[in-house]
Design a protein around this ligand. Structure first.
Ligand SMILES: *Cc1c(COP(=O)(O)O)cnc(C)c1O
Length: 425
């Protein structure tokens, strides 16, 4: 039994994994937060490292038998320092502390609160309806319940973050932490401007680069390193590692962050994930990764432009990063039925609120589209044009199942030509 493989032990789960492998292979992944981890990353995460308990940090553990685990964690940290240290405006590798133990992006952000805040403290972040993340103080999140959240927004005129409003709210409310990070925002963030405001009010500046970590690493988005006090991220979005989280901080905050992650919030780290992060960091240090990140942004710009040409209302008129928000109501359809029709056509995105959305969050006006995954498959500008044409056809006739089936067939055909990294074909 212990030697038997998955197929023999559990055919149901094995079949479901095969089914998901087929779905991922044959459909167009446009969910902006998703990507394809490489086979190497998945091998590391599917390894015996999942068996080991290692509460604590390298050379300061609460269990014996850490000879290998310490090396895995130290390798992950060294590679991440090298990768992101190169992007630091000041400080460099020597002033970066890295914690790779957060179980995911949300726990990484909770560690920042635990390190710097008391319950009831004021915190500021981009509001969820404007493209911010739940963990930056949204009312349904623990971060909005345990802290006094003062969200900032985007300007009505151009849907860009209003730094004047950020400053005004910060001066009025004196937050402990200011978040600079987004989950559905198509433009770059002005980290130096956030820094100046944080300094003016004595706040900790926390940059959350969950979505853009890969772009930052490759120099395709301005870096918050050397500017923010702390930088949090997921490891599975543009970064293209396993599902996980990481926290970078200036050395002066190292002890507070480490204590917050363990024993403050978590028990044993997921060592198999740490190994996967180390592999992803090694991949991100290769020249090919720079090209990848550059292509992600170029593809997003091309797709946004092609959609604008087809009359779609692309928020802010385009994108600087890997994603775009499209208000589809001008095409006579809501975001949810549009996303559902696209899904039936093999084009997988998500419905999303647009800034100042008059509709309900569960039935909003927009869809969010990102290029990290299709770029990992090697698709380029020509395929982005094809995608825009498919999206246009489906959104124009969301109940024409014959047309949708025809598009699904074409999507499948194109996907066969661009096998996704990590999948079995
Ligand atoms: C995705 C995301 C997170 C949370 O990551 P999970 O791994 O889903 O917990 C946090 N912050 C931002 C900005 C994100 O986009």
């Amino acid at each position: 039994m212990a030697e038997a493989n998955l197929r023999d032990v559990d055919a149901e789960i094995s079949n479901l994994i095969d089914e998901e492998n087929r779905r991922e292979h044959e459909t167009m992944r446009l969910i902006a937060s998703e990507n394809y981890a490489s086979r190497a990353v998945m091998e590391a995460t599917g390894s015996c490292l999942t068996n080991k308990y290692s509460e604590g940090y390298a050379h300061k553990r609460y269990y014996e038998g850490q000879a290998v685990i310490d090396q895995v964690e130290e390798l992950a940290i060294a590679r991440l320092k090298k990768l992101f240290g190169a992007t630091a405006a000041i400080g460099g590798e020597d002033d970066i502390h890295v914690n790779v133990q957060p179980y995911s992006g949300s726990p990484a952000n909770l560690a920042v609160y635990l390190a710097f805040c008391q319950p009831g403290d004021v915190i500021m972040g981009l509001g969820l309806p404007a493209g911010g993340h739940l963990t930056h103080g949204h009312s349904v999140s623990i971060t909005g319940k345990y802290f006094k959240s003062v969200p900032y927004g985007v300007r009505r005129e151009d849907h860009r973050i209003d730094m004047d409003e950020v400053r005004k709210l910060a001066l009025e409310n004196r937050p402990k932490v200011i978040w600079a990070g987004t989950t559905a925002y198509p433009r770059t963030l002005d980290f130096p401007a956030f820094r100046a405001i944080a300094d003016e009010v004595g706040a900790i500046l926390a940059a959350d680069i969950a979505h853009i970590a890969g772009l930052v690493a490759a120099g395709e988005h301005p870096s918050p390193f050397g500017i923010a006090d702390v930088v949090t991220s997921t490891t599975h979005k543009t970064f293209r590692g396993p599902r996980g989280g990481m926290i970078f901080s200036k050395k002066q905050h190292a002890a507070a962050i480490d204590k917050a992650v363990f024993p403050g919030l978590q028990g044993g780290p997921h060592n198999h994930t740490t190994a996967g992060i180390a592999v992803a960091a090694k991949e991100a240090l290769q020249p090919a990764y720079k090209t990848y990140a550059k292509n992600v942004v170029e593809n997003a710009k091309e797709l946004a432009q092609a959609l604008v040409e087809k009359g779609f209302a692309v928020t802010t008129g385009g994108t600087d990063n890997h994603l775009m928000l499209i208000d589809v109501t001008s095409k006579g359809i809501g975001g949810k039925p549009a996303a559902q029709a696209l899904d039936r056509a093999g084009i997988v995105a998500n419905y999303n609120a647009v800034p100042f959305d008059p509709r309900k969050p569960f039935d909003p006006s927009g869809i969010r589209i990102g290029t990290p995954a299709v770029t990992s498959r090697g698709m380029g500008k020509a395929e982005m044009r094809t995608l825009a044409a498919w999206i246009d056809r489906v959104v124009a006739s969301p109940t024409d199942e014959a047309l949708i089936a025809k598009v699904a067939g074409e999507v499948k055909e194109l996907c066969q030509k661009f096998p996704a990294p990590g999948l079995r074909v």
